[in-house]
Design a protein around this ligand. Sequence first.
Ligand SMILES: C[S@@+](CC[C@H](N)C(=O)[O-])C[C@H]1O[C@@H](n2cnc3c(N)ncnc32)[C@H](O)[C@@H]1O
Length: 290
Amino acid sequence: MLVNDLKALFHNQLDAIYGKDEVFTFFFMLTEAYSNISRLDVALDINLSITKAEQQPFFDALEQLKKQQPIQYIIGETEFFGLPFKVNSNTLIPRPETEELVQLIMDSYTNKASVNNASILDVGTGSGCIAISLAKNIAKSTVHALDVSAKAIQNASENAMLNQVYVNFLESSILEDTTWDSVFKDLKFDTIVSNPPYVRQLEKQAMSANVLENEPHLALFVDDDNPLIFYKAITNFALKYLKPKGELFFEINEYLGRETVDLLIHSGFENVQLKQDFFGKDRMVFGRKK
Ligand SMILES: C[S@@+](CC[C@H](N)C(=O)[O-])C[C@H]1O[C@@H](n2cnc3c(N)ncnc32)[C@H](O)[C@@H]1O
């Protein structure tokens, strides 16, 4: 079959669901993942063809796309901070906003030449995207990462191997403060970072079906009556386990910026700042322990 005919079939069956541009992107993500054919190859060689055996994964992907399954879960891999990450339905698909959070932490280390052998903790690591990106990019750092989900820890461990970095993964709930001493023993951190669950139930109706029906709810949702539950627990944790002058970084719900800033200020953090993401939405809050 000609690759161009296969591409036409994708447009034919999916344009009405996703729009032409998105289908174009999906198709090339699939050709690169399944047959190592680049966009340029397709554009330059209109007679390029693939065998019957090579076609099958494309037909399977087409069916999954029709059901609005995320392309990253279909391919089983995505890119974050320039690195490859395996993803599956047990882990949130890493978002570009979270790359901005990682960049913020990287910048903080550029300004902190005095910190050697930085000790970093990522709470709610999921695919490990934050922890692994920091381990890869901050020289001589020791990175620890926590998640309540054993399947997420499994996925994150595979990603650490894939990216050839060491991360100390811990399976535990940050909400159970009685376990902290046994899990963390005498560890103290220069940086604690978290992108915890922060979507309220009341925001569900504004979410797209492919997120709601495919991504793990454990990673997404909090109760409407206590939307900052993770931020409160992690802030208390940071008061105990951050070194003096250590920093706490959060990705936040765009509608709860003021409340998260107040939480850090009332907990005694200094230099507390709210930062917007690329789209101009309140997305990051950070502060320094006294
Ligand atoms: C929004 S996802 C973030 C995943 C990843 N860090 C990222 O930025 O893509 C939140 C993560 O918190 C984890 N989580 C949920 N409840 C938790 C708890 N009580 N203790 C620790 N982790 C928890 C979920 O399993 C999920 O992996």
